[in-house]
Design a protein around this ligand. Structure first.
Ligand code: SAM
Length: 290
């Protein structure tokens, strides 16, 4: 896309514009020019975006676009674009659509054949990843963690054997409980608590999940916005986990059946090779007898 001059009329379309996650200097020249040239700015909260526009000395018509009014606003926004308007979508901070509203608007604009483009910029996810000092070749962004402990443990548990660095948003008040649930579910993996990124009190605290839970339990919940990054599970832990499951199932079966029947039953149940399960069942039955 050609560079957009200040306040020049923009081609009709939907412009997804990333805004700073804390430091107002983190906005691109092109993002500012696009905000300046927009006919309309769709934003989560007009007060928050109003302040941002003020900081860049811009005044623009805004409409609220969030999860509670999206269904109502989408056809209006799409009609304006079809009529020739350049509509910018921003969120309160960072990149729209990343744990923020917008994907349905993009989907419908794309499906309607309207021009959709993105002006990339700040987001808490890559910022935290770039500071955590954990592997980045493969990562899984998980959004916000669930509120309740049981749901959170299940949520971590589902990724126990995922060979990727895990990254998610967390609130300060849930930090300790969340680190504790992660430690109980995933074990003492290396992790980083990335707080207030790009702001005055930016802080990255690294340690294993247990150490981090202890530290924040002792100090009390910190202030500010938080991203947690957790080092990846390994093939080995996947293997160990499946062996534990196999062992538990076999041990249960061995209480009621012969080695031969137990291994045939468990092999079928777990979809494993009968020979491997049979040798494991033999080992287990010997340990049991010893
Ligand atoms: N769309 C945004 C982005 O691209 O990062 C994320 C929006 S989400 C509703 C807000 C969450 O992102 C916060 O609760 C916090 O977990 C994380 N976050 C945003 N800014 C942050 C910052 N400066 N430092 C640490 N975490 C931040």
């Amino acid at each position: 896309m050609a560079e957009i001059g200040l306040s020049k009329k923009l081609p009709a379309g939907l412009y997804i514009v990333a805004t700073p996650i804390g430091n107002l200097g983190d906005i691109s020249k092109r993002a500012k020019e696009t905000l300046a040239g927009a006919d309309l700015i769709a934003c989560e909260d007009t007060r928050v975006t109003g302040k941002l526009l003020n900081a860049y000395l811009l005044k623009k018509p805004m409409i609220p676009y969030h999860e509670h009014n999206g269904a109502l606003q989408r056809p209006r926004i799409l009609a304006k674009i079809a009529d020739g308007a350049a509509v910018v979508l921003v969120s309160d901070a960072g990149t729209p659509l990343i744990s923020d509203p917008g994907y349905k608007l993009v989907d419908e604009a794309q499906s309607a054949g309207l021009m959709v483009t993105s002006l990339p910029g700040p987001s808490a996810v890559p910022t935290a990843l770039s500071l955590a000092g954990l592997p980045t070749n493969r990562f899984l962004f998980m959004g916000f963690s669930p509120n309740k402990s049981k749901a959170r443990q299940d949520w971590f548990s589902a990724e126990k054997n995922t060979e990727a660095t895990l990254i998610f948003y967390e609130s300060a008040k849930r930090l300790v409980a969340s680190l504790r649930d992660a430690a109980d579910t995933l074990g003492p993996r290396p992790a980083a608590v990335c707080r207030e990124l790009t702001k005055k009190f930016e802080e990255v605290v690294r340690g294993n999940l247990e150490e981090l839970a202890d530290r924040y339990e002792a100090s009390g919940p910190p202030k500010g916005e938080i991203v947690i990054v957790i080092g990846p599970g390994t093939k080995q832990s996947a293997g160990e986990a499946s062996m534990i499951n196999t062992d538990e199932t076999l041990q249960l079966a061995l209480k009621h059946m012969s080695v031969k029947s137990a291994s045939a039953f468990v092999a079928e149940l777990l979809g494993e090779k009968r020979k491997a399960i049979y040798s494991r069942a033999l080992e287990l039955s010997k340990t049991k007898d010893a």
